[in-house]
Design a protein around this ligand. Structure first.
Ligand code: PBG
Length: 328
């Protein structure tokens, strides 16, 4: 046989050799755990479309975050479910809103845990849209600038409660710059912004809307979230958010947009996050329940792929398990 200088199989002969040449290694610090905290409950409530994921009460979420930290995680991403929704999303920026209370409690019990807060209005709006809407006959509009004003108030109130990073997930234009300016003016120069910079309108958010009780009551989110067909536009969106002051940029969902993730990381070399979303989680869970894939192996393969494609941070509902599986 011809003598091959590079003979890849040599390096795959044993687990030790495979480990030695492994390019991508997962670590508990790669992961962020989303947590849902509800003002309406006293004990945790399972989310039927997301087996293993719960809404927690204000008291429980503190213990849950502690468990996450004990498992080796260093950050959680908080979503709030308020007792009352209205047309101004007033629960989103109330000083005693559910997220504000949760952040204060978390920071008291787990001061070293990074607390990231989702900044959006959909959970707080009676109609479930991510912004202020106006209805004209059959059409509805989401009013960009009126929405940005409320997002700014929300972000500042999260910072005041002690959030380390605020994470706007609404996709309104100009919100990163407006939030950055308001945070600085209020004395929160050190509070960072994780921007959902390239957020695609996706069928894979379905289960989340159960978890966050935020399905739109009419219409859909396609006027503000991105078209799955557009990657160049995603890069322009990311460039704008970076210009406006985003510290970390996020691509969402994950696997269907892995090409976008790769291009964002390559082009901007900014800390880059990816959100492996609720529907992606539910698909793997369903397949695992049917016995057609091994859950742990599937999750490790998916998250390794996301990290290989450029993700510095992976937001995933498996974060706690992943921290255990990848420790040491
Ligand atoms: C809020 C928000 C959504 C998600 C994160 N923040 C839902 C949406 O835009 O409809 C989805 C997260 C997931 O599916 O896991 N705007």
């Amino acid at each position: 046989m011809r003598r091959l200088l590079h003979r890849p199989r040599r390096l795959r002969r044993s687990a030790a050799l495979r480990d030695l040449v492994r390019e991508t290694n997962l670590d508990p610090h790669d992961f962020v755990l989303p947590l849902f905290v509800s003002e309406k409950i006293n004990t945790r409530r399972p989310i039927p479309s997301m087996p293993g994921v719960f809404q927690f009460s204000l008291k429980e979420v503190v213990d849950e975050a502690r468990r996450a930290q004990d498992a080796g995680l260093q950050a959680v991403l908080l979503f709030g479910i308020p007792a009352i929704k209205d047309e101004q999303a007033s629960g989103a920026y109330a000083e005693n809103g559910v997220v504000q209370q949760a952040v204060r409690a978390l920071k008291e019990k787990s001061p070293d845990l990074a607390v990231i807060t989702d900044v959006c209005l959909c959970e707080y709006m009676s109609h479930g849209h991510c912004g202020v809407t106006r209805i004209d006959g059959d059409h509805f509009h989401v009013l960009n600038d009126a929405t940005v004003d409320l997002l700014v108030k929300t972000a500042v109130s999260h910072a005041r409660a002690g959030a380390d990073l605020v994470a706007p997930s609404d996709m309104m234009d100009g919100r990163i710059g407006a939030i950055r300016e308001a945070l600085d003016d209020a004395g929160f120069e050190e509070t960072g912004i994780l921007s959902y910079a390239a957020k695609f309108a996706s069928v894979f958010y379905g289960p989340f809307r159960d978890a966050a009780e935020s399905p739109p009551q009419f219409g859909d989110r396609r006027s503000y979230q991105m078209d799955c067909a557009n990657a160049e536009e995603a890069l322009r969106e990311v460039a704008l958010d970076i210009d406006e002051g985003a510290d970390i940029v996020m691509v969402k969902p994950a696997l269907p947009y892995i090409d976008v993730l790769w291009r964002v990381r390559e082009r901007f070399a900014k800390p880059t996050a990816v959100y492996h979303v609720s529907g992606e989680y539910a698909m793997v869970k369903a397949a695992a329940e049917k016995g057609v894939v091994d859950e742990r192996a599937a999750v490790l393969e998916i998250t390794t792929s996301l990290k290989r494609a450029g993700a510095d941070i992976i937001v995933t509902y498996w974060a706690r398990e992943l921290a255990q599986w990848t420790r040491g």
